[in-house]
Design a protein around this ligand. Sequence first.
Ligand code: AMP
Length: 379
Amino acid sequence: MEAPLAPGGTIGILGGGQLGRMSAQAARRLGYKVRTFDPSPDACASGVSDLHMTAAWDDLAAVRRFASGCGRITLEFENIPPATVAEAARICPAHPSAEVLAICQNRRREKEFLRAAGIPCAPFEVVESSAALAPAIARMGHPCVLKTAAFGYDGKGQVKLPDASADPAAAWDRLGGQVAVLEGWVPFDLEISVLVARTADGRTAAFDPAENLHRNHILHLSLSPARLAPDLASRARALALRVAERIGLVGLLGVEMFVRGDEILVNELAPRPHNSGHQTLECATTSQFEQHIRAVCGLPLGPTAATSPAAMVNLLGDLWREGREPDWSKVDAVPMATLHLYGKGRAAPGRKMGHVTVLRPLLAEAASAAEALHAELAR
Ligand code: AMP
């Protein structure tokens, strides 16, 4: 059995985005040294790591050099070639595994895994050619949504087919003629996510479900805890734990779900910290980033109990009008609001630049204070 990596050791993080940056900060607080690996020299996690290596994902010689100074490898980005993780794993333990990553980065494999594991999800069918799409739509019925199997996130690589007037051939062409998954549309009441951690020796912990509200397919607001009946919340946690066990996770997994009535369907899996868990930095006994590091190093998992209701609002590059930094004194004016900036150089529309978490004794008050602050920053 794999020995825990004690503080003082070095953790290598594949990917240098904000999830890597906040994981690196948590790792440092726990006493670890941190290395980051990313194709970009100015990836934002590089500013908080002891050593940043810049190389292409498929530069396996660089991956070996990177891993040979580490006691653990983890990742923060989903579209890393599984072969890169497998190469690192020849040198030191790498979590999550190349196998888990390969499932989660491809909708076809992810859906087929969920179906085989008996995990409820939206009805789907794999579509491999333009000719196969129309009959698949006829079986599924409208509305439905066509999603590319590979490289989809934040609503990218998706076309909704609302009714019979939608042209299947045009939808197929819009997705670039790649293998796709056709999914039945779920008229959900609520979108939620549950973050679950699991160690190599099978210990697990789940956070409370968060409730997620999107704008233009990108997470806008995340509320913690989700406004769910207690039995649904505990079923959602149990479902996420079941997914983690069935997939053989070591590390942290974000399980996105649709809630409709008393039915819970799993939508997507992300084997890394998740945007909807950022508020745990302020509203839970252990943050998702610390839990990520604890799980991959084999330390005792931290308690996940909430310490306050919280609302997290994303700050996208759109707020940087003509490149001007928003007026952060507006955050200071809001009690119990915490600003997180990721240190990214260039603001672009839709780019995640930071977030703000607002705590209040009542969730509705946290949500309205976060929305009001966001509107104020956008003025
Ligand atoms: P995804 O990239 O699969 O997470 O989809 C992005 C967003 O599109 C989800 O968070 C939902 O808001 C919406 N969506 C995706 N698939 C479905 C579906 N089958 N039914 C209803 N909404 C969906």
